[in-house]
Ligand binder design. Structure first.
Ligand code: WTA
Length: 706
């Protein structure tokens, strides 16, 4: 291992975070000249406009991309750190900016193209004018039939269908705060989020297509309502969109008085229009829940003015969106990527955004490229997990289709240089500029990326901080770490897309993201409040960052953040379980997968049935994405003398990595037992992970702290 501890003077301590990470420096790839010619940001003078001395005024240029009802008087009010206020005094409406103004300028232009999963179903085009009609009618229904008003929260639990942006934009029109829960989450997980946000309305859909099956989705609404009730939140109405007109795709009965079909209720609002409510820039636009280190999910509150400005600006310069592009982001709208870069950013710029319902490899690995060919997609956005999977199932597929991407994005996880090169040469046919964008649910938009026409690509690195964003790498004590060494990546300054707080938990907001590196809690100067992202990273000499992954107890499975505590609490719901610990295992497709270790209360017998129960409980509490790859029932957990479960030890066992020194444990003898049990079972299942890279080994060795 390269834990080089360079001499640093007598008192200097080399903290755990300061690991020299040695990898081969990757070569640069220049952007293709054809891309550069047409790019929105092709003049290097743009860098001058965003130098640090121009902060925060530099961001006015992003806000100017929007139409304001009333201009702002203060770009950044930082008088109450770290609760930043952007574009104070300004008023605007997000729905107006994404729909009305384009419907006026070019009514027939296509806003959304919906691609159903079944290839036998035609795609559906929705013009800006038609979108405006749908948003108006839905907003009228929310207001007049349901009594929703500005500031109310509404939970959405919807799949990838155009009805989802219609619902979001209708909420935004009224200043109602939407909280969309990823469709793949369980009903129970949705219920927790309903309760946390205090929503009395749930909007869902009866079913949707996934991997060729029409999944029953409405059934989850009943679980959600029950889970919310347990936490004291009553849901008055469940609005159910129907995937296919006149049919009902669910087995779950419609609860009398509570459940309503959207189409039936909407018919009473046909042709109605609703004046967009002029919202203060600082009014919340939506909540997006994400996992953290404790069990309770965090509702990230995103603002109207700052968020909209930031996604419009980054969509323009980093996604290089022009109004006449055919833009396809294959993420799910249920995650922040979809909110910012399927709905709000692209629509704010008046482009055409493609929404694909299903899984990328249905019915085969050529599907995305057929869609691209058919629709003439020229900007393509996806995740490393999808790229790894498409590469595995159809490495030769892209060649067979006649499409041309000018620009591609990867987001959500670190991408291996080898996978990046396949993306570049095969998917992009060597003709596309690629951006590897690093950011988080909390951030609203990109934080680290190359500016595609002006900075060369480097596989595996996201690039430098984006315009107006100044990242820094700190050690545990807040000292800047020299280039080439790993530490905690932080952002020195606020930016307009940063979330405002955690819904209902302002102290947790300050503690989680700002307390670590704030030296003076009374300071009113934003310079004293660096944002702690919770990721490990290294900066190379060229200023490009390589993101190493989470430094907290969050596991990134296929680009989805799962809190270990959340998974463990779910396992503990099984009455026989005494203790549970979740750990990451390196996976060639999904990046990381979860394995769960449990010990049982006395008198209970381990076995397949018990493993199944634990797995089911996790799926019911969180959703299929959290289902563990393996559940290991062990006689006891390796523990410190103070009783803390040593997750790093079991993580090492699951990954076939060296467990390190275990002699100081309270029960060192258990380690060999567990290793034998787990590793022989994995060998028998042909489930041995490949050798870990140095960086992966560091992650596993440190997992769970201590
Ligand atoms: C990880 C997704 C490497 C990171 C937008 C971060 C990345 C977490 C990248 C946020 C990237 C995101 N390279 N790692 N380009 N993008 N991550 O909240 O660990 O779902 O903290 O937001 O994903 O995940 P989230």
């Amino acid at each position: 291992m390269a834990e080089s501890q360079e001499p640093q003077g007598p008192e200097a301590q080399v903290s755990e975070a300061q690991i020299a990470v040695h990898w081969r420096e990757e070569e640069y790839y220049p952007p293709p000249p054809k891309f550069v010619e047409q790019a929105n940001a092709k003049d290097p003078a743009i860098f001058e406009r965003f130098t640090e001395d121009k902060f925060p005024g530099c961001f006015n240029e992003y806000a100017d991309l929007l139409t304001w009802d009333q201009p702002w008087h203060t770009t950044l009010d930082s008088s109450n750190p770290p609760f930043w206020k952007w574009f104070v005094g300004g008023k605007l409406n997000a729905s107006y900016n994404c729909v009305d103004r384009h419907a006026q300028a070019s009514p027939d232009k296509t806003a959304i193209i919906f691609v159903p999963e079944l290839e036998s179903d035609d795609h559906v085009k929705i013009s800006y004018q038609e979108l405006l009609r749908q948003v108006n009618e839905f907003a009228a229904m929310l207001r007049d039939s349901l009594g929703l008003k500005t500031g109310d929260r509404v939970t959405l639990h919807m799949p990838m269908v155009p009805e989802l942006p219609v619902t979001m934009l209708a909420c935004a029109r009224l200043g109602v705060i939407h909280s969309e829960v990823f469709g793949g989450f369980s009903g129970t997980a949705c219920g927790h989020r309903i309760a946390d946000s205090g929503s009395r309305i749930l909007i869902t859909m009866d079913g949707y297509y996934r991997a060729g099956q029409l999944a029953d989705h409405k059934v989850k609404a009943d679980e959600a309502v029950a889970a919310a009730r347990q936490e004291g939140q009553e849901v008055d109405k469940v609005l159910v969109w129907r995937r296919r007109a006149g049919q009902y795709a669910s087995q779950a009965p419609m609860a009398e008085g509570r459940d309503v079909f959207v189409d039936e209720l909407l018919s009473g609002h046909s042709g109605k229009t609703v004046e967009p409510v002029s919202m203060p820039a600082e009014a919340p636009l939506f909540l997006m829940y994400t996992s953290g280190t404790t069990g309770r999910p965090k509702g990230c509150v995103h603002s109207t003015g700052g968020y909209m400005s930031y996604v419009a600006g980054t969509s323009k310069y980093y996604q290089d969106i022009h109004p006449d592009d055919m833009y396809w982001c294959m993420a799910d709208i249920g995650w922040i990527t979809g909110h910012s870069y399927i709905v709000y950013g692209p629509l704010a710029l008046g482009t055409t955004t493609v929404i694909y319902e299903g899984v990328p490899n249905y019915p085969d690995g050529g599907r995305p490229w057929r869609i691209a060919e058919k629709l003439g997609v020229n900007i393509f956005h996806t995740s490393p997990t999808a790229i790894r999977m498409l590469r595995k199932v159809g490495p030769e597929e892209p060649k067979k289709y006649d499409y041309r991407f000018k620009h591609m994005t990867t987001v959500g996880e670190p991408i291996e240089p080898e996978v990046w090169r396949w993306y570049h040469s095969e998917v992009g046919k060597g003709e596309a500029a690629i951006v590897d964008t690093w950011w988080q649910t909390e951030n609203g938009g990109f934080l680290g990326s190359t500016l595609p026409a002006l900075q060369p690509m480097k596989p595996g690195s996201c690039g430098p901080g984006v315009l107006g964003v100044y990242p820094v790498i700190y050690d545990e004590d807040g000292n800047e770490i020299p280039d080439g060494r790993a530490g905690n990546i932080c952002i020195r300054n606020p930016w307009p897309g940063i979330f405002q707080t955690i819904w209902g938990q302002p102290d947790r907001f300050v503690d989680t993201y700002y307390a670590k590196y704030n030296k003076d809690s009374g300071s009113k100067d934003w310079r004293d409040w660096p944002y702690f992202a919770g990721d490990g990273a290294v900066r190379a000499a060229d200023g490009y960052f390589r993101i190493l992954g989470r430094v907290d107890d969050v596991i990134n499975v296929a680009g989805h953040r799962l809190g270990t505590k959340e998974i463990e609490s779910a396992a503990m719901i099984v009455p026989e379980v005494a203790e549970a610990a979740a750990v990451p295992v390196i996976d060639d497709i999904r990046g990381r997968v979860v394995e769960v270790y449990v010990s049982l209360k006395p008198g209970f017998v381990p076995g397949k049935e018990m493993e199944g129960k634990v797995s089911k409980a996790i799926e019911a509490e969180i959703g299929k994405i959290a289902r563990p790859k393996n559940v290991w029932i062990v006689p006891d957990m390796p523990k410190t003398r103070s009783g803390k479960i040593m997750r790093r030890v079991i993580a090492s066992i699951s990954n076939f990595a060296d467990v390190g020194d275990v002699t100081t444990l309270a029960n060192p003898e258990i380690v060999d037992d567990i290793r034998h049990h787990v590793q022989s079972a994995k060998v028998a299942r042909d489930d041995v992970p490949r050798d870990l890279t140095e960086v992966e080994f560091e992650e596993i060795k440190k997992f769970g702290g201590e």
